[in-house]
Design a protein around this ligand. Structure first.
Ligand SMILES: *Cc1c(COP(=O)(O)O)cnc(C)c1O
Ligand SMILES: [Zn+2]
Length: 415
């Protein structure tokens, strides 16, 4: 295993590989520490295996040992050139990393696949999570695959689609009357007392490493080169920070050349603690009470908010917050121009890109990658009332002809 322990991101104290996430000396958050000489050596003798068409091709840079992997085929999702959307936004080179096609239809499969594999290797008997929805489905599916008992804690008002999308895999779902942040606080106490492996709490150092694979894949799919600018949706801030870490690791290993891409954050105006801190030039994030249709991003007190802010600043990125109305327009724009149906978080990302372009913070000539992290079928209710009822015809050509002949011109042009 190339991971040799955990290290405090604040004071540098070292700990063995274990389900621990805070430094007992200074309460800083813990990260996985690697033996970089061993990683370099491994990569010269066995480079990333191309025949592994998923995130595990980057196993050498992930915190798992030689044991079995909990794998549903997550990752190596399409990176698509998005010329029609680019034209709409007056950009030259835009790419979409389409993470809506993962096994449970969100990027959370990446972090869970890594965390559950690590949990099994550490012989943790029960896995669990606090979730705004997507994590619940990803954890339940991977636990089923691993044959591990799973507990999934969600806010009691979770969207029915997301509840069903987790329950079908057979975990114990527990609905908690309260906000996500309250659910999470409860789970911290359970983790402390029962020693379960909460993927987003005490397994967080392992979980968050899974997000690096989005950076690795982007670079590989661009022919081992880097984009100039990436736009990333932010909930707890782990995804954005670890995409930055992933690009840095590739630069440090000499697998790509150039400079760190600019990393910009996308948030919903109804829950924008990171975007507001960035706009006001603060280093710390002030918790908010979320109120937005982008439920998967509705974390009012982001665990990695400060780290995300630092990543944005050090990379020369920016941040934008968009309204619920802009989110719906963003979903529609992406679907109509590129044929990709994203959930509300995807609408946030597209709308935030538009805002960043308007403000001159994303430049026309940059090579841009947009991370689209969840599937539209997860949040269909967000589009309620936006879809026109179709004409209903008898199955006769004459009837079709009558309708078609009297239909307004735009319908006939569109065909
Ligand atoms: C969880 C999630 C994110 C962001 O994750 P963080 O690491 O918590 O910032 C983005 N998009 C979707 C769809 C998610 O479910
Ligand atoms: Zn410390």
């Amino acid at each position: 295993m190339s991971a040799v322990g955990l290290v405090c991101s604040h004071c540098g104290a070292r700990y063995p590989v274990s389900a621990q996430y805070v430094c007992t000396q200074c309460f800083g958050s813990l990260e996985v520490a690697y033996d970089w000489d061993a990683v370099r050596h491994r990569l010269t003798t066995e480079p990333f295996p191309c025949h592994v068409p998923n995130l595990w091709r980057y196993r050498a840079l992930l915190p798992v040992g030689g044991g079995p992997l909990i794998d549903l085929g997550t990752g190596f999702t399409p990176l698509l050139r998005a010329d029609r959307l680019a034209r709409e936004l007056d950009l030259e080179e835009l790419w979409i990393k389409n993470d809506t096609v993962n096994p449970t239809y969100s990027f959370k499969d990446r972090v869970v696949s890594v965390a559950v594999t690590a949990a099994q290797q550490m012989e943790i008997p029960v896995v669990a999570c606090a979730s705004t929805g997507n994590l619940a489905g990803a954890l339940a599916a991977h636990a089923a695959r691993a044959g591990l008992p799973a507990y999934v804690f969600v806010p009691a008002d979770l969207e029915p689609e997301k509840l069903l999308g987790a329950a079908v895999y057979g975990p114990q779902v527990v609905a908690v009357r309260g906000s996500y942040d309250q659910v999470n606080r409860l789970c911290v106490q359970i983790a402390d007392r029962l020693g379960w492996g909460f993927v987003n709490i005490n397994l967080r150092p392992f979980y968050s490493e899974g997000s690096k694979t989005l950076a690795f894949e982007t670079a590989e799919q661009l022919g081992w080169s880097l984009p100039d600018h990436v736009v990333v949706p932010v909930a707890g801030g782990s995804l954005l920070s670890k995409i930055g870490k992933g690009f840095r690791e590739l630069l440090d290993l000499g697998l790509v050349s150039g400079t760190l891409p600019r990393i910009s954050a996308a948030q919903a105006a109804g829950c924008a603690p990171v975007a507001h801190a960035w706009e006001e030039g603060r280093d710390q994030v002030q918790p908010v009470r979320p109120n937005t249709i982008a439920r998967s991003l509705a974390i009012g007190n982001p665990a990695d908010g400060a780290l995300a802010l630092r990543t944005i600043r050090e990379s020369g990125g920016a941040a934008a917050a968009v309204t619920d109305r802009e989110i719906v327009e963003g979903i529609q724009l992406l679907a109509r121009t590129e044929g990709i149906f994203a959930e509300t978080a995807g609408g946030v990302t597209v709308a935030a890109l538009r805002r960043l372009v308007e403000r001159g913070q994303v430049k026309r000539g940059e090579r841009i990658v947009l991370y689209i992290t969840g599937n539209g079928y997860k949040t269909v209710t967000a589009l309620e009332g936006t879809v026109q009822q179709p004409p209903v015809l008898e199955p006769r050509f004459a009837e079709f002809e009558r309708w078609y002949g009297s239909a307004p011109a735009p319908i006939r042009q569109a065909v």
